[in-house]
Write a protein that binds this ligand. Structure first.
Ligand code: HEM
Length: 154
């Protein structure tokens, strides 16, 4: 059985879980930072789940990249210069993958730096800043229908 379609559906659906958790993590971190609240076990748990989800998306995305018939056919048949001139091909071959990897690095950094910080305010601040940068990149790099970049090249 071809894994492409189920993996694509899973990757597509998981976006909502990542977005929801990111928003919750950012709101909690901002409230903790500005309200000078202690960094709780619940804050820690949200960070762990967010990191796990983001890394799952990363693995799914890498797998999809190598099995996507659309991406593979572009890579086999087109020159890099030609790919870069076409907004649709450039988005799928480069922008989505690179942008999302950078966003997931930001989530990972937010988690690591927040864990290493020595007091609650710094913990909340690191999380709030890095997770917000990640959220902005992810929202921009999601192929929302309005942008016309449909998976599978349709
Ligand atoms: C938080 C991170 C990510 C989110 C929210 C996300 C979201 C999405 C969405 C919504 C789609 C379209 C699915 C559909 O229309 O059915 C998609 C497709 C895809 N994504 Fe991601 N993605 C993420 C990370 C990544 C990463 C890191 C990579 C690669 C390294 C990647 C590679 C792909 C590929 C190859 C496709 C399918 C392209 C095709 O066959 O046409 N994604 N992604």
């Amino acid at each position: 059985m071809n894994a492409y379609t189920p993996l694509l559906h899973l990757h597509s659906t998981l976006r909502y879980a990542v977005l929801l958790l990111l928003v919750i993590a950012i709101v909690k971190a901002l409230m903790g930072w500005l309200g000078r609240k202690p960094f709780t076990k619940a804050d820690d748990k949200i960070g762990v789940i967010l990191l796990a989800l983001a890394h799952t998306q990363l693995l799914l995305g890498i797998a999809l990249y190598f099995i996507s018939p659309y991406i593979q056919s572009i890579l086999e048949n087109k020159e890099m210069a030609e790919i870069m001139k076409d907004a649709g091909m450039r988005f799928w071959v480069m922008e989505h993958a690179v942008g999302m990897i950078i966003a997931i690095v930001c989530i990972t950094l937010g988690r690591i730096l927040s864990k290493r910080a020595t007091n609650s305010i710094f913990k909340h601040r690191k999380a709030a800043i890095w997770f917000s940068v990640a959220l902005a990149i992810i929202i921009y790099m999601i192929p929302w229908a309005e942008r016309g970049f449909f998976a599978g090249g349709n």
